[in-house]
Structure formats: structure tokens, C-alpha cells
Design a protein around this ligand. Structure first.
Ligand code: NAD
Ligand code: FES
Length: 278
């Protein structure tokens, strides 16, 4: 059992949980994730290890409440325990040890960028982070990322930082030159747009993919993606891949294939709540 040690609301639908997981806290590396199984019968949810405190034996998980399973998870309170936390899973991030890295985080993807920026900083690389959200209250991990280098904040509506998408600021940073590698994590259209910015400049670009995952061990095929014309499994071959090689159209298509099912699960959960209230 993995006790929830602390809980913080980061944005209107994003929650941060500090969870007891001493072994994972000791060995996790940037880019790796865990699969969380709240209780018997619950769905298994893949979550990036956004941070870890080996001394306290805890890991940080950042959850966007978008469906029944994630809402159930963020409804848990400190003192309650998650049944299983499996990991660390996936390949660690390919980190440079010198030079200038641009880390681009869109919305909740900024939590995935955090351990990457942390690892780059620890390695001695220069880190510039560009992070964004719909408006001020959706911007997360700004202060944490400032510990590793310059941070440019963007909001779609201009309520905080500069107005516009993170890709607008990334375009300018790339035009200024001197960027050796780009790490981009966020919604699929954002990662695709970043990859299209860097392709003509031949700047190596690493993206973190978030297909549906079930077992997290390469057995079920649920997380199948196409990279460089080959089928890869995000859970064991990724989740990070060369952004110039990823078939983003196929990824978006596969993600949307589950939308009907998720809407039905949500509607069913809401109906159960409504009946419970009466
Ligand atoms: P969002 O839709 O609010 O977008 C966040 C930011 O991304 C925007 O403020 C903007 O700067 C940028 N952005 C969005 N669409 C863009 C576009 N078409 N072109 C350029 N930039 C764009 O994001 P959110 O609600 O915080 O995140 C939800 C999405 O992120 C979901 O699709 C989820 O699956 C995905 N996600 C991905 C990962 C991952 O590992 N890649 C992790 C968590 C969530
Ligand atoms: Fe099953 Fe990757 S989650 S193969």
C-alpha cells in the first residue's frame, strides 16, 4: 500500500500528490513513469514521476482529472493509500551533459518536463523552459522550473506572461539560435507543432507520448505508436521518442478512438453519483 502524504491543487483540474513509494523514489530517472492501481476493480493509470524525495521515500504524481478513474484518484486524501504503484517504467530521458536545452511544456505536460529539466540541470546543461496554459490559473510548475534556468510563461489569453501558445515563444527562441536539443511535452498538436518548427532547423527534438496504456510491460499492445515507420510500444520503447519520426496523426487517431468509451464511463459515473445523492 502507498500512503498519500500530501495533496495540492495546482490548477482547476490538476492535482499534485506526494505518495509513499521508497524504492521508486530511490531509483527513478527523468522520463520514467509508474502505473497506479487505486484499488481492486479500478483502472490502471500511467503517471510520470514528476519528482522524488529519496530521503522521505516519496514520489510526486501530477494528475489531470479528466475521467472517472482520475477523478477517483484525486478525490483521495492524505492518509489514504493507493493499492499498487508499479514502476519505475519506461526508458529514462536521453539527457545532454553540456550545451543548451529548450524544454517546452504545454499545460499538464509541464509536470512531465520538470524531471527532464531537473536532470539536465544536474548534468550541467543550460536549461530554458517555455511553459504555457490556457490562462494564469492553468500554469503549473513555474517556480520549480525557475530553479533550473530561465522560464518563459505563455497563456493563450494573455492573462499571465506573454500571450500565445508555447510554440510562438519556442519559434523565437529557436530563431535566436544556440539551442542544441528540444524536449516537448503536452497535447499532441503542440508536440507536433514543435517538431515541425525544429525539423527544418535540424534540432534534435524529443517528445513524450501518452497513448492509452494497460499493462505497461509491452504485452497488451495498447500503447502502440509508429515511429520512423516502425511499430513501437510507448511503455517499454518510450515514452520518449524522436519527434521528427513520430506519426502524430496516427497517435491522435488512436487517442480519439477511446473518446466514446470514456464519455460513456463518465456519464455512467455521474449517473451513479446522482442516484447516490437521492
Ligand atoms: P491545453 O489544451 O490546455 O494546452 C496547453 C498548452 O499547450 C496551451 O496553453 C498552448 O500553449 C499549447 N497548445 C495547445 N494546443 C496547441 C496547438 N495546437 N499548437 C501549439 N500549441 C498548443 O492542455 P492541457 O489541458 O493541460 O493538457 C491536456 C492534453 O495534454 C491532453 O491531450 C493530454 O493527453 C495531454 N498530455 C500529454 C502528456 C504527454 O506525456 N505528452 C502528458 C499529460 C497530458
Ligand atoms: Fe501494454 Fe504498452 S501498455 S504494451
Amino acid at each position: 500500500m502507498h500512503t498519500i502524504l500530501a495533496k495540492t491543487q495546482l490548477s482547476p483540474n490538476v492535482t499534485r500528490l506526494e505518495v509513499a513509494a521508497p524504492r521508486i523514489a530511490q531509483i527513478r530517472q527523468p522520463g520514467q513513469f509508474v502505473i497506479v492501481h487505486r484499488c481492486a476493480g479500478a483502472e490502471r493509470i500511467p503517471l510520470t514521476v514528476a519528482d522524488a524525495d529519496p530521503a522521505a521515500g516519496s514520489i510526486t504524481l501530477v494528475i489531470q482529472a479528466v475521467g472517472k478513474s482520475t477523478r477517483d484518484l484525486v478525490a483521495m486524501e492524505p492518509g489514504e493509500a493507493i493499492q499498487d504503484v508499479a514502476g519505475p517504467l519506461g526508458r529514462p530521458t536521453e539527457l545532454i551533459t553540456s550545451g543548451h536545452a529548450l524544454c517546452v511544456g504545454g499545460g499538464v505536460g509541464t509536470a512531465v518536463v520538470h524531471p527532464i529539466a531537473q536532470g539536465l540541470h544536474r548534468n550541467g546543461a543550460r536549461v530554458t523552459s517555455i511553459i504555457g496554459g490556457r490562462s494564469k490559473e492553468w500554469v503549473i510548475f513555474e517556480n520549480e522550473l525557475r530553479r533550473f534556468g530561465e522560464v518563459v510563461v505563455c497563456t493563450d489569453d494573455g492573462s499571465y506572461g506573454r500571450r500565445g501558445f508555447v510554440t510562438d515563444a519556442a519559434r523565437e527562441a529557436l530563431a535566436a539560435g544556440g539551442i542544441d536539443v528540444v524536449y516537448a511535452v503536452g497535447p499532441v498538436p503542440m508536440m507536433r507543432a514543435v517538431a515541425e518548427l525544429t525539423r527544418p532547423l535540424h534540432v534534435h527534438t524529443i517528445v513524450s507520448l501518452n497513448p492509452v496504456m494497460v499493462d505497461g510491460t509491452g504485452m497488451c499492445g495498447g500503447c502502440r505508436v509508429e515511429v520512423g515507420g516502425e511499430t513501437r510500444f510507448a511503455c517499454v520503447d518510450g515514452p520518449e521518442f524522436d519527434g521528427h519520426q513520430v506519426d502524430f496523426a496516427l497517435l491522435a487517431d488512436r487517442l480519439s478512438a477511446y473518446r466514446d468509451f470514456e464519455q460513456k464511463a463518465n456519464a455512467c459515473a455521474e449517473e451513479t453519483c446522482r442516484i447516490g445523492r437521492h
